[in-house]
Unconditional design. Structure first.
Lengths: 390, 190
């Protein structure tokens, strides 16, 4: 019944299949009740708990959600100790290989990359501030584009990211919104080194804030103060103002709202899909054999995460630009968001889940439990109504 | 260079668990890594909160009772042995097992042990009887707010009436076995 050794995931695990199996079982129960002699039939049977007990224990053994918030398990070892939870000491040769790898990665690659990273960021801050002094116009936009691209490309080298871009003819255009699945902050660098986007986010303090403030001097990004983030109408207004101005760059948004471990796509928040602009979906898939790019923010801070990235072998990923999508007649924002999410999941080979990425930190809402209870009650009460009619 | 998981789970322990529960070696190591991934406090035991963190379990109407089944009387932590012992009830019954060792004690996943597990989901105070109150509690968990107290009460009364053969208005384990269309459902659900 429960094959604990298979890792195969079906491509569409949705909440509906949950409810469907409950209704299937309920139908079976009702049919059995109808076939028995009405006088001795009882709608409720003590064995009804077997169904819920089985579902419960199945989810204890393995569930679809909690494993999305920690690094993916690999089938073979990539010589990085951080990914070898299940491998034991095997031989001297392997240890030597691993030690050599360690030397190369920390002694040679890491210092090189850190230098590059500082160069890239420093240049970005300096040059964008300089461009900010120019008057608004075509020259400024042109220079800003070149500067952004150059600095992001230096950062890409700093991570040794080997990126394959597919279907570049579908690249996002001005006045559109680019949505992508979110695995780590590096996603931004990967996308921005191939095209120019207006970033959206909260203003931070410290180094991040410095970078953000100088970037916005060269071309308009959408930065929010912490207090403004809660106000959904304000956020929606600023975003729609931005997309309506065709001279401004396309917005880059990650609708999952949090980092997921690149094996699945979780629920998209509907805010960006309500604005009414053309949506350009992008799928990003990392190859885990070279280094796990997932940022587990409860385990690692930003700096230690970046250090880990820079001491992996390389970051290999594929980016697919999907054809633009718009909201259709009679479709609401949630359905539109799910449609885009399904397209991204299909292209990237990821599991399409309806669960909210917010479950990483918060508890699940009670409404799901209440739906199950309602369904079960209907089954009990329904048969009673039939009996009273006969 | 050893891995975190297997240095904490020694070969002898795996053998003992294998004998006690009947799971295979690879199943045990897989369930051990599942156990450690649920153990956020990293102290080798699971608390009730660790189970609650699984969304699919948190929305199960009987979630709390199922979680309870893992914790021995009055305790708040369960270690890996206890975890496996409870999960062993859900291992499918294999026919060739019956012939293997006739002198050994009854395996954890035998039919009657599975039924005992289900019985204990109802029987919270472990007095080996399901009282009307205990039945009502479980019913209420499964239907939520959608059925009135009176209707629920009459469902409970009818169930006890049909199952109770010795007239003590409670359901004993034997009466439970007879009442719950056992043979068919056991096969499909466990």
């Amino acid at each position: 019944l429960l094959d604990l050794d298979t890792q195969a995931l079906s491509l569409h695990t949705t909440w509906n299949s949950f409810l469907l199996s409950l209704t299937d079982w309920a139908t079976l129960r009702i049919e059995r009740g109808v076939n028995k002699d009405l006088d001795s039939a009882s709608e409720f049977e003590m064995s009804d708990i077997f169904y819920f007990a089985r579902r419960g224990v199945e989810s204890i053994m393995d569930d679809e959600v909690t494993k999305r918030f920690s690094a993916e398990e690999l089938e073979s070892w990539n010589l990085l100790t951080r990914s070898n939870n299940n491998f034991t000491y095997i031989s001297l040769r392997l240890t030597v290989l691993w030690g050599l790898g360690l030397l190369i990665r920390y002694g040679f690659l890491l210092p090189l990359r850190v230098t590059l990273a500082f160069t890239g960021v420093g240049l970005l801050v300096f040059l964008t501030s300089v461009i900010g002094l120019l008057p608004n116009g075509r020259m400024k936009n042109f220079l800003s584009e070149k500067v952004h691209l150059m600095c992001y490309r230096i950062c890409v080298r700093a991570l040794t990211a080997i990126i394959t871009y597919h279907d570049s003819e579908n690249k996002p255009k001005n006045g559109g919104i680019c949505v992508a699945n979110h695995t780590s902050p590096i996603d931004v660098i990967i996308l921005a080194s191939d095209g120019c986007y207006a970033m959206v986010g909260q203003i931070h303090g410290g180094l991040m804030g410095v970078i953000q403030r100088s970037m916005v001097k060269a071309c308009p990004h959408v930065w929010f103060e912490r207090s403004e983030v809660k106000d959904r109408h304000l956020v929606a207004k600023r975003l729609s103002d931005h997309v309506q101005d065709k001279s401004k760059l396309p917005i880059l948004i990650f609708p999952e709202g949090t980092c997921i471990n690149n094996t699945s796509v979780m629920m998209f928040k509907k805010g960006s899909f309500e604005i009414g602009a053309t949506v350009y979906p992008v799928a990003i898939k990392y190859d885990p054999r070279f280094g796990d790019a997932f940022w587990n923010s409860s385990k690692f801070g930003m700096v230690s995460y970046l250090l880990r990235m820079m001491s992996s072998w390389a970051i290999v990923c594929s980016v697919w630009y999907l054809p633009p999508m718009s909201r259709e007649e009679g479709e609401d924002a949630v359905q539109f968001a799910n449609r885009v999410k399904a397209a991204i999941a299909r292209q990237g080979g990821l599991v399409d889940l309806l669960w909210d990425g917010g479950l990483k930190r918060e508890k699940v809402k009670d409404t799901f439990k209440e739906e199950q209870q309602k369904l079960y009650s209907k089954m009990l009460v329904g048969t009673q109504e039939d009996r009273s009619r006969s | 260079m050893g891995s975190r998981a297997s240095t904490l789970l020694r070969e002898e322990e795996i053998e003992e668990i294998k004998k006690e529960t009947g799971f295979s070696h690879s199943q045990i190591t897989r369930l051990y890594s599942r156990f450690t991934s649920l153990d956020k406090g990293e102290n080798g035991t699971l608390s009730r909160e660790d189970f609650q963190r699984i969304p699919e379990l948190a929305i199960n109407p009987l979630g709390d009772r199922i979680i309870n089944a893992f914790f021995p009387e009055g305790e708040d932590q369960v270690n890996f042995r206890g975890f496996m012992r409870t999960l062993a009830h859900f291992r499918p019954i294999e026919d060739n097992e019956k012939n293997k060792n006739p002198t050994a004690s009854e395996p954890l996943n035998s039919r009657s042990n599975k039924l005992l597990f289900a019985f204990r989901l109802y029987d919270l105070d472990r007095d080996d009887k399901i009282s009307r109150d205990e039945l009502l509690q479980v019913l209420r968990m499964m239907v939520g707010v959608n059925i009135s107290d009176e209707q629920l009460g009459s469902i409970a009364d009818r169930t006890i009436q049909e199952a109770d053969t010795n007239g003590d208005s409670c359901i004993s384990f034997q009466e439970f076995i007879k009442a719950s269309l056992v043979e068919k459902l056991c096969e499909t659900c466990f």
